[in-house]
Design a protein around this ligand. Sequence first.
Ligand code: ZN
Length: 370
Amino acid sequence: MNSATIVHELVKRPSITKDGEGRVGSYVAKLMEKNGFKVTLQEVVNSQNGTSGVITSTVGARSFNVLATKGESLNVLLQAHMDTVGPWLPVSNDWIKIRGRGSADTKGPLGAMIAAAISASKKGYTNFGLLGTVREETDFAGAIQAARLFRELNQIPKLIIDGEPTNFELMGINGMQGRAEVKVSFNGTNTHVATPGEKDNAVLKMSKAILDLEELRKNLPLHQVLGQTIINSTRVDATENGTNSIPHNAAFWVDARTSVPAGQIVNMIEAAVAPNGGKVTVTDLWDPIPPLSEGVKGLGVVALNDLKVIPEVPSYVGESHVWSREGIPSVIVGPGLTSLAHQPDESITISDIKRGEELYLNVIKEACRP
Ligand SMILES: [Zn+2]
């Protein structure tokens, strides 16, 4: 089956995050099994606890990763997420372009990877794999589960190629920023506004702390390659029975994009809000991914050397952060335009899909050279 047909089949199956990712998972699992791969379904329950496990049967609409391997070790793992954002879009294929939700992000790259893996297997290459993950568009629960199983089964991939629509440009070579999201809470005393005397006002303490953080913004760490750390106060929250009483608590959230270990920024926020009694709870924490030493050459895959490197350091968190946490080098590259991801006119050209298949096949050939 050619790569464009596979992409069309993937796009035809709705797989909005947490809502039917299993439809695509089942399709990928069956296709890989039919082509002689060892297929494992990794059921994903929750990113926070380790209760999820490996299941062996295909289950309709549940969330599970599909790991398809050839050989005992993973010299390279082609990886792409199987879920998409909403809403669902009509699907069409005029053999120039495939249109529909997920065609660019990231069923185009995924289909190209599947075709490359099957073709490499037919040519006798071994010791590589393909991983389709779930929940990328929300909390990376799929990638986190896959990483946990790699560790437990002691089957750590040497290199991961993360398939996203980058128009064949390499993303992540210069590293990626980390992220810290924290909730800052304040306690006060609930009083009716008409009560005379000094008020212990949680909202006032919170407001002062927000302004102190604005001061901190001027002194945030700068990294030569990973750039400037950015922090912003985002949501605020204070609940009480009515607008005529002083709330007994208030909270605001801070989102930091970090060029230094994320914990370091949490400590700075903690110190800045402490004078006003702010208590910090971490709600999301990802360390930055360091730049690849020796750039593209550091990956040791010549097939990637001619591709353009995106010089900018991305300040969003992706599945690469999960791999980085496990010490696995990864690079993001694939067919399709980033600008079409999540858009109402999402599409990918057949020629891009074919070029993607060729690229991924060359990567396997090199990484798995006998
Ligand atoms: Zn994506």
